[in-house]
Ligand binder design. Structure first.
Ligand SMILES: C[S@@+](CC[C@H](N)C(=O)[O-])C[C@H]1O[C@@H](n2cnc3c(N)ncnc32)[C@H](O)[C@@H]1O
Length: 267
């Protein structure tokens, strides 16, 4: 990978950019959220899902992971299931569906009158072969301390209990909860000029889980730059692309607080 491309933001179509500049098998991790359905009109730009999926597969290293954060539109009581269609397509083109995780929102204003309030999106974990990196995040167990626990059966066939220490922490489950909105998603006010930012903590949690320091993290639809900011703050290299110059400007402002690099890619 030519290091000139690293730690920069690019305004342009990601399919063209990746095809033109990014070599096969050169990216450690992709973390992104696509436009889905016509839920939000991202300045009216087009999005060629299949082409982007192929490019992500091509540029990822063997063992690289792509995290795809996506939800469904509900129209006339009917869920689009775009999320599932995307996942099936990724699988068809050669990715393993390593996991289907849930991004649960602690607070959500979107109520439905005849169904339970939808409060989650999917976080699909696609891997190009077996993931080469997994740094499991831990959480505190509900109970700590010593407890009489069942030990292995003895020769007499009985289970004997012994005093053992309960583990203080365990690997998290695959349902992750985040507060959304100012103070939850981020404290950067300018980020909210973008209509669909995901939480910084979500981005950080995935970056820590599926990459290591010095790795290259790509967001081909980076919007307000959440992935890039959190990659940088966690000592990863990043490449951020968005078709909208307006969103790249927002991302640049957020990153400028930490670094001073910006580049424009002409379509
Ligand atoms: C859901 S938003 C991403 C938000 C981002 N995760 C954040 O935290 O701000 C999807 C983004 O995809 C961008 N987009 C749509 N088509 C694109 C394309 N062909 N190439 C690059 N970006 C594109 C849109 O401009 C939009 O900002």
């Amino acid at each position: 990978m030519n290091s000139d491309f690293l730690n920069r933001l690019y305004a342009g179509d990601s399919v063209n950019f990746l095809k033109g500049y990014i070599q096969d098998d050169s990216i450690d991790m992709v973390l992104t959220s696509p436009p889905y359905d016509d839920l939000r009109n991202y300045n009216g730009y087009s999005f060629e899902f299949e082409k982007i999926a192929h490019e992500i597969f091509r540029v990822l290293k063997k063992g690289g992971v792509a995290v795809w954060v996506v939800g469904d539109k509900i129209r006339n009581g009917n869920r689009s299931l775009t999320s599932f269609k995307h996942a099936l397509y990724f699988q068809e083109i050669g990715f393993n569906v390593h996991d289907v995780m849930i991004y649960a929102k602690k607070n959500t204003p979107f109520m439905r009158s005849n169904a339970y309030t939808n409060s989650y999106e999917y976080m699909f974990i696609f891997s190009k072969g077996k993931p080469k990196t997994f740094n499991p995040l831990k959480e505190a167990t509900a109970r700590h301390g010593a407890e009489m626990l069942v030990a292995n059966k003895k020769a007499d066939g009985k289970n004997y209990k012994v005093l053992r220490e309960l583990k203080k922490e365990k690997t998290r489950t695959n349902i992750w909860f985040y507060a959304v909105g100012l103070g939850g998603t981020t404290n950067d006010k300018e980020a909210f000029k973008h209509p669909a930012t995901y939480p910084e903590q979500l981005a950080q949690d995935h970056i820590l889980s599926w990459s290591n320091e010095g790795d290259i993290v790509l967001d081909p639809m980076c919007g307000s730059g959440t992935t890039c900011k959190m990659a940088f703050l966690n000592k990863r290299n990043f490449i951020g692309i968005d078709i909208s110059q307006e969103y790249i400007d927002i991302a640049q402002k957020r990153l400028d607080k930490y670094m001073g690099i910006f580049s424009e890619y002409s379509k």
